[in-house]
Write a protein that binds this ligand. Structure first.
Ligand SMILES: [Zn+2]
Length: 127
């Protein structure tokens, strides 16, 4: 990993780019080079689906310095439509309205309100 690749300023970073094994079809995020299911080494870049469901979540009432002013903030475990699970911030919804199983959609947002240059994947309620 280098700083440029994870600068996330371009269109490339407006999606969650994972990988897919052409031999067995297993999908991964973050991407892997060697398939953990079949051991195949030919995985290819593959975008993850934007839709998923909230499996579980927690609410942070005390934010770190970088996230000052954003508490309470929700961190969710999301299962994407392809079965891949990711952890991410859930935004645009009061934490008290979150429910396990609710449908969510990935959006690319600045990591923090203070630094709009670094895009990060987050999730919002679907629909
Ligand atoms: Zn495989």
């Amino acid at each position: 990993m280098d700083g440029v690749r994870y600068g996330r300023l371009g269109e490339r970073y407006r999606e969650m780019l994972g990988s897919r094994c052409p031999s067995c079809g297993a999908e991964y995020f973050p991407p892997v080079r060697v398939c953990r299911r079949c051991g195949g080494r030919g995985t290819k870049d593959h975008p993850m689906p934007r839709e998923g469901r909230l499996v579980s979540f927690t609410v942070l009432n005390v934010a770190s310095a970088e996230f000052q002013g954003e508490a309470p903030m929700a961190i969710g475990l999301i299962e994407l439509e392809n079965g891949v699970k990711v952890m991410a911030q859930v935004v645009d919804v009061p934490p008290s309205s979150l429910r396990e199983g609710m449908k969510v959609t990935m959006v690319a947002r600045p990591l923090t309100k203070a630094d709009g240059a670094f895009l990060c994947y987050k999730f919002v309620p679907a629909g």
